[in-house]
Write a protein that binds this ligand. Sequence first.
Ligand code: HEC
Ligand code: HEC
Ligand code: HEC
Ligand code: HEC
Length: 272
Amino acid sequence: MKLVQVQNKGRSLLRVDLSLRDGSRPTWLKGSGEQERELATLDERIELLRGQVNEPGVSEALRSLKKAKLDDLLQRRAELANAPITWPTTGNAAAFRFVAIETTLPQDPTVAALEQAYDRDVGQFNLAWAREHGKACEPPTAERPGFVGTAVCGSCHPDALTVWQGTRHPHAFEDLEAKGKQYHLDCIGCHVSGWQQPGGVCRIDQTEQRREVGCESCHGPGSAHVALPTRATIRRGSKEVCVGCHDHENSTHFEYESYLAKIRGPGHGAPK
Ligand code: HEC
Ligand code: HEC
Ligand code: HEC
Ligand code: HEC
């Protein structure tokens, strides 16, 4: 019998508490109505604040105030969801609660160390496999242009290059390294340029030239545009291209207008 369904891609955990005294059938304890109502109210306020934190045109000062408030509410929600249960004094009982997994939850150092060791092993296996069996990307063709790299684009579009350098995209790979996940196949695709595409990255042991979310991650492979630099040979970037990486799982708070505002600047979608 199916008891629970994993929801929201593992972003919440089902916690089951049991109180067993004898061989009788346990009764399910229902959460108190008051607690449920309070949780629902908190959830509403959390959603509202999340939207406000990402609104375009909000000053950094106000944003960080709202962010602090949001963290505070998340903390309160976690505490409330984990509040001690009042058990009946006789018989067996069970209770279940969904606990949202937020970055504000404390991490157990032993588990963290295990996780790190596991990640390192997986990475080393993947690396060894790539060294032995990895295949280079297919060469570009007339129908399928290839990646040429950010430096080439920047040589003709210096203003766009400067704007790009001020965003998080050049740091995508180093942030992955900081987590020890740069050899993980479930991570690398969105943290380099041109994963599995001509001129891009096809083996995790050879990422050197494409360690970033470069121009071509949004504008598409540029070899044809470099050969014939006109507006017709390159695409302009759109919401569809963002959500290829900024999906719900990896960019929970993605909102096109406010995110676009952060990657625009003089000579890159805004007047010089
Ligand atoms: C040899 C110089 C040169 C190189 C290298 C070059 N471009 Fe261009 N790019 C141009 C020219 C010229 C235009 C057309 C400008 C115009 O007509 O306003 C252009 C236009 C563009 C546009 C505007 C398209 C539009 O619809 O408005 C984008 C985006 C662009 N380039 C991106 C890139 C990217 C990404 C690269 C690297 C793969 C790159 N460019 C490399 C010269 C270059
Ligand atoms: C489908 C694309 C995609 C995949 C796969 C992906 N990421 Fe990301 N990652 C993103 C995007 C997009 C952001 C930026 C999120 C934002 O700021 O809204 C990001 C941000 C990050 C950041 C910096 C921000 C932070 O949260 O600290 C780290 C670190 C990171 N990812 C690690 C990983 C790891 C580890 C994996 C594999 C388990 C992974 N990513 C897989 C797209 C992806
Ligand atoms: C190839 C994958 C990819 C594509 C396509 C992509 N991004 Fe990103 N983006 C990332 C990753 C990865 C990060 C996190 C980088 C880090 O901090 O390590 C990120 C971070 C960002 C951030 C910084 C978030 C913050 O809160 O500071 C903004 C803003 C952003 N992206 C906007 C966009 C927009 C707008 C588009 C589409 C026009 C786009 N991105 C397309 C992968 C991508
Ligand atoms: C995260 C995605 C993303 C990245 C990375 C990115 N761009 Fe863009 N770029 C866009 C979008 C979206 C637009 C259209 C902006 C608009 O219409 O407001 C744009 C516009 C442009 C334009 C037209 C400028 C204008 O004002 O009309 C050029 C040229 C360009 N990009 C070049 C580059 C170059 C060169 C790089 C790398 C140094 C780069 N872009 C990196 C998404 C990106």
